[in-house]
Ligand binder design. Structure first.
Ligand code: NAP
Length: 251
């Protein structure tokens, strides 16, 4: 990727940075000069591979931790600061799906998706805001989904969590604006990752009919948006929801 902005000296924590969209964001932030803490839940090998791909002495650390467990989520911030001495950029990317029609949806499927996507975002953000407020600079970037904007049959739990992330992010954008901290949302459309690999050809074709640009997205389509929102140059952008979806949802 061509270098768009300069993040030299900045430290980023990317939750779920080991695979998919989070991996691309971690690599892009590092390519622009940031040091990056790569969080993952269980797949240590993927996180190690991402850290190795970032390369460079002291440029990346991997942090195991389940963001659905509030204490573990908050500890990610402490461990980032322990590794790098500061935290400037938080990318709340880790997420899961457990799809079902709401009439059939178990309480467990509801709780797991809300606890990871929404409560996890709250726990990690709350911990990150304290040092950001003290240093009078910060960037919070939350990964939602177009499902949180327009809804999606079979994803009521996921859409509720992703819509919740939008309201949460706009609220903290107002709470901490005076401290030079911005908070923004990226809402990806259909992106080719392990999360979407189980969709049938029929489901893919149906989605593709609605994508103006006529192709699925890649994690590398999302990463430049995160680099921009993390930059000094995005200082006047806050509380924004940036869809990166090939024109799937226009509003
Ligand atoms: P993915 O390929 O399934 O990767 C998920 C990442 O999140 C992995 O690094 C995983 O770690 C981590 N993770 C999962 N649960 C976690 C937990 N409890 N604590 C910490 N880390 C956890 O997913 P993706 O497609 O890249 O999605 C990334 C984000 O984009 C998610 O928030 C997703 O909802 C959102 N999104 C995706 C799409 C899409 O089409 N793919 C569209 C819109 C929005 P392990 O490797 O250890 O499992």
């Amino acid at each position: 990727m061509n270098r768009l902005f300069d993040l030299t000296g900045k430290v980023a924590l990317v939750t779920g940075g080991s695979r998919g969209i989070g991996r691309a964001i971690a690599l892009a932030l590092a390519a622009h000069g940031a040091r990056v803490a790569v969080n993952y839940a269980t797949n240590a090998a993927a996180a190690d591979e991402t850290a190795a791909a970032i390369g460079g002495e002291g440029a990346a650390v991997t942090l195991a931790g389940d963001i659905a467990k509030p204490a573990q989520g908050a500890a990610l911030v402490e461990r980032t600061i322990a590794a790098f001495g500061r935290i400037d950029i938080l990318v709340n990317n880790a997420g899961v799906t457990r799809d079902d029609l709401v009439l059939r949806m178990s309480e467990d499927a509801w709780d797991q998706v809300i606890d990871t996507n929404l409560k996890g975002t709250y726990s990690v953000t709350k911990a990150a805001l304290r040092p950001m407020v003290r240093q009078r600079w910060g960037r919070i970037i939350c990964i939602s989904s177009v499902a949180g904007i327009v809804g999606n049959a079979g994803q009521a739990n996921y859409a509720a969590a992703k819509a919740g992330i939008v309201g949460f992010t706009k609220s903290i954008a107002k709470e901490v604006a005076s401290r030079n901290i911005t908070a923004n949302v990226i809402a990806p459309g259909f992106i080719d990752t392990e999360m979407t690999r189980d969709l049938t050809e029929g489901q893919r074709a149906e989605i593709m009919r609605m994508v103006a640009l006529g192709r699925t997205g890649t994690p590398d389509d999302i990463a430049p948006a995160a680099v921009f929102l993390a930059s000094d140059e995005a200082a006047y952008v806050t509380g924004h929801v940036l869809t990166v979806d090939g024109g799937l949802v226009m509003h």
